[in-house]
Design a protein around this ligand. Sequence first.
Ligand code: KIV
Length: 275
Amino acid sequence: MKHTVTTFQKAKDEGKKISMLTAYDYSTASLMDAAGIHGILVGDSLGNVILGYEDTISVTMEDMIHHGAAVARGAKNALVVVDMPFMSYQTSVYDAVVNAGRLMKEGRANAVKLEGGQSVAPQIQAICQAGIPVMGHLGLTPQSIHAFGGHKVQGRDEAAARKLLEDAKAIEAAGVFAVVLECVPAELARRVTKELSVPTIGIGAGADCDGQILVYQDMLGLFSDFTPKFVKRFAELGTAMQAAFQAYMEEVEQGAFPAKEHSYGIAKEVIEKLY
Ligand code: KIV
């Protein structure tokens, strides 16, 4: 069954949890889809985990389209949400609609995600009016990392908590179908989840959000530049991959790989005719 913005809403209404992961390529998306993951986010975190940047600022529309289309080919059932990169929507409502449209047409997204509250409500409204579902993103919004002064938990004092709640209501009114809450205290996320009628998807926001999302390299132990407190490792694939690379190298050096079963044969007469 294809997951849609409607099935996301139904899950919240029925009290069923939504599972999302990030992915950036066809084969990973296919595995997640086969596992039954409800939604795949082609996050601009690809700047960190795929392209090796320090932050998400340099990620381009072309990067998002390229990886979005690859994921969309692998995700038969999961809802594919593609991130709008830095400065693809902040500049104007017009830019926001044009770029969201490109992510749908060229990146084959089912929905787009953008960061921010009240200040980007006009963009959200215009994109929704163009028939494109929008996921919001509040709390620690990585495109504003330089304004925050680093990776810090958001909404901890009264003013910040109130602002986050107001931003959540503002973007809900503008039309988002779901809101990612990143790095916010669990109690605050619970309150936002209760006050919104659309689903909340938490990452470092406690267990009471309507769904959860993780960057897949973090949960599989494939990325160790930094590991936030909220990450749980469900496997240690980085260690397993490094061991496999080493075993391969050793077998190549020793001539143990490729063995006969990995090689192709040819008729003896053909080879003999060559001399
Ligand atoms: O880019 C991303 O991976 C994200 C998630 C952390 C929610 O926005």
